[in-house]
Structures are given as structure tokens and as C-alpha cells.
Write a protein that binds this ligand. Structure first.
Ligand code: SF4
Length: 216
């Protein structure tokens, strides 16, 4: 695929999805906690409990010294809440101990934090520190492969392939736009909604779908 078409795709998606990411909550601590909570859970569920959670645990110290059971009780409406409660307490302890209470701003440091993998670290670099990064979640992984940007079988390979195609300044737009695009149009399963896709003309996916008469 020509790089110019890759750029056109990202620009078209930026135009259609100008909003910030749901887990971009305006500061590094909130964005990091919310992004960790959002694994295998909908963003809506996280946003629903987040204000009361932060009221109960307003800073790293409160979280670091809290009983894991109390943290779990505050997030028990989301998936994997017991594991996430343990991670959040350990995260707070590590940030206080090793980073003077500040969320670090490099990939190398972020991935040392409990509950933080490369995907979450990339989100935080983009949201909180405005550094170019590509978080390859399930949407980015699927869509990049359909578009023909990558044949990679791992998120790391897909991330590397996208980085080769796009200028730095567009890296952070990939996840931000494709999460919404993947929920609405280029959905998972066998029938993405190609008939309503704003980037169909540049997409390498051969069996482009058409709207069924039944509308299903
Ligand atoms: S044309 Fe279809 S497969 Fe390609 S990006 Fe659009 S919705 Fe996805």
C-alpha cells in the first residue's frame, strides 16, 4: 500500500472521529487508572464508577495504603475486578516508591508498573504526555490487517508495521480513531459494514460487504 493512501485513511478517520479517547481523562494519573480498569470491560462501565472511585481514593497514598478488598469493592462492576484491585494498589505503591508520586513518561518506565503493558503505556504516552505512540488493541490489530497495513500475527509486529507507514505526528491518531471506527463500522466478525465505510476505496480487504436487503 502506498504511504499516501495510509495517510489519507488516517486523515479521513480523524475527520469522522475528532473526539478524544474515552480514557483520556485530562491528567496522567486518572488516565492511567482508568485505562488499567478498562481491560476486558467497556469504557462506559469504567466511566460510570470512576468519579466515586476517585472520591474514595483521591491520591496515590490513599490507594497504596488501602485494603485490596476495599479497592475491589469500589470497582466490582467491572471485569477482573479482583486482579485489577491488586494491580492498582501495587501500581500506587510503585509510583510512590520509584517515581516520587509522578506517572513516568517513557515507555521503558511505564511498562515496569504493575498492570501496565505496552498497549496501556502507549495510551498514556499519547493521552497524558502527547508523545507519538500506537496502542495496538483488538480494534487496531483487526483493522490494520484488513486495510492491508500489516500481516503481523502479534500486536508488536502490527505496531512496528504501522510505524513504518505513518509519520510520527499521526501515530497517536491511530488508536484514538480506530477504537470508534472498529465499534461502529469496521466491526469484528465476518461482516464489517463496508458499505458505509469512509475509507473503503483505500482498503485492501477483498470481500467487501454490502448491506443486506433485510438490513441485518
Ligand atoms: S472497507 Fe470494510 S474492511 Fe475495509 S476498513 Fe472499511 S469496513 Fe473495514
Amino acid at each position: 500500500m502506498q504511504n499516501s493512501n495510509v495517510i489519507k485513511i488516517v486523515q479521513a478517520l480523524k475527520k469522522r472521529y475528532p473526539q478524544k479517547a474515552d480514557m483520556d481523562l485530562g491528567n496522567a494519573a486518572d488516565s492511567l487508572i482508568a485505562t488499567i480498569m478498562s481491560a476486558r470491560t467497556t469504557d462506559v462501565q469504567v466511566l460510570k464508577l470512576f468519579p466515586s472511585f476517585r472520591k474514595k481514593f483521591p491520591n496515590w497514598k490513599k490507594l497504596a495504603t488501602a485494603d485490596v478488598k476495599d479497592i475491589a469493592a469500589a470497582i466490582n462492576t467491572i471485569g477482573l475486578y479482583r486482579n485489577k484491585a491488586k494491580s492498582l494498589k501495587a501500581l500506587a505503591q510503585k509510583i510512590l516508591k520509584d517515581f516520587h508520586g509522578q506517572v513516568p513518561d517513557t515507555m521503558e518506565e511505564l511498562v515496569t508498573l504493575p498492570g501496565v503493558g505496552r498497549k496501556t503505556a502507549s495510551c498514556i504516552l499519547s493521552y497524558a504526555f502527547h508523545k507519538p505512540a500506537i496502542a495496538v488493541d483488538t480494534h487496531v490489530f483487526r483493522i490494520a490487517r484488513r486495510l492491508g497495513w500489516s500481516k503481523g500475527k502479534t500486536p508488536e509486529k502490527v505496531e512496528d508495521d504501522i510505524k513504518m507507514l505513518l509519520p510520527f505526528k499521526l501515530w497517536s491518531d491511530v488508536n484514538r480513531t480506530m477504537v470508534r471506527f472498529g465499534r461502529e463500522i469496521c466491526i469484528g466478525g465476518k461482516r464489517p459494514k463496508c458499505w458505509m465505510c469512509p475509507v473503503a476505496k483505500w482498503c485492501a480487504f477483498k470481500p467487501k460487504t454490502e448491506k443486506l436487503i433485510s438490513g441485518s
